[in-house]
Design a protein around this ligand. Structure first.
Ligand SMILES: O=C1O[C@H](COP(=O)(O)O)[C@@H](O)[C@H](O)[C@H]1O
Length: 243
């Protein structure tokens, strides 16, 4: 577990450019050290801007995309072509623009892949185990105004599941209601955890997550996640306004 660092950028554009550049350089460093980095993606508004910046900046980097393994922290359990899918958004925002090995991109199951979100969660856990995955080089996570992280929402029973890699989430207060999420135990196995937060409506959640003493993770689930070596909160000024 690492102490949290906070990095504040002027607005969402500057935040997206900084995070995208840092991600490319972390991947380069890991590859230079002989590792094939596994990265964990998130969905959400600021993540989409960051992904677009990764696509823009990637040609000037030395990243070997054929040696990058891609996973997701959460997903909406909907049809594969549903615009709500985090994986579909990431594909159109950057994965289709970089030469990734399709066999190393691991979207969470959709309704076409699994009979239920519960089955999909079990399958995703099996896929991660079979790949020897779990310790992400960098895991990026959005945070909701309610403090949710991945698809772990305040007060939800999924927060207490510690015997699985992924869990079904139903009754998500944010639509769509049926989702799959990595558990807190799985989210807490990454070298670096990066929280990506933009907007004044999230300032309270950020301040509460970073408060001392830490809040109950049933109130602010994001407070329950940190990196093994590094935890960075990448914020824009409005999101940092109540720190
Ligand atoms: O539902 C979700 O929301 C969060 C944050 O999204 P945002 O639009 O408020 O930035 C996201 O991190 C998560 O992956 C997603 O499923």
């Amino acid at each position: 577990m690492s102490a949290a660092l906070v990095e504040v950028h002027e607005g969402p554009e500057a935040l997206a450019t900084a995070v995208a550049g840092e991600l490319l350089s972390r991947i380069e460093d890991a590859q230079a050290d002989g590792r094939e980095p596994h990265i964990g993606l998130t969905g959400g508004t600021i993540a989409r801007r960051i992904h677009a910046e990764v696509a823009r900046l990637s040609p000037d980097s030395d990243v070997d995309w054929s040696r990058v393994v891609v996973w997701w922290g959460d997903e909406r359990f909907v049809a594969p072509d549903d615009p709500d899918r985090n994986a579909g958004q990431a594909r159109s925002d950057f994965l289709d623009a970089v030469p990734v090995d399709p066999g190393k991109v691991h979207p969470m199951p959709s309704t076409a892949d699994a009979s239920s979100a519960e089955q999909g969660a079990a399958d995703y856990g099996d896929a991660m185990r079979a790949d020897g995955a779990g310790e992400f080089e960098v895991l990026m996570l959005g945070v909701g105004p309610d403090g949710h992280v991945a698809s772990l929402f305040p007060g939800h029973a999924a927060l207490d599941v510690d015997d699985r890699i992924a869990v079904r989430v139903h009754d998500s207060p944010k639509p769509p209601p049926e989702r799959i999420s990595l558990t807190l135990a799985a989210l807490n196995r990454s070298r670096s955890v990066w929280f990506l937060v933009s907007g004044e409506e999230k300032a309270d959640a950020v301040a509460r997550a970073l408060a001392e003493p830490p809040p109950d993770l049933h109130d602010i689930p994001a407070a329950g996640v940190s990196g093994l070596e590094e935890t960075i909160w990448f914020l824009d000024r409005p999101a940092a306004s109540r720190l």
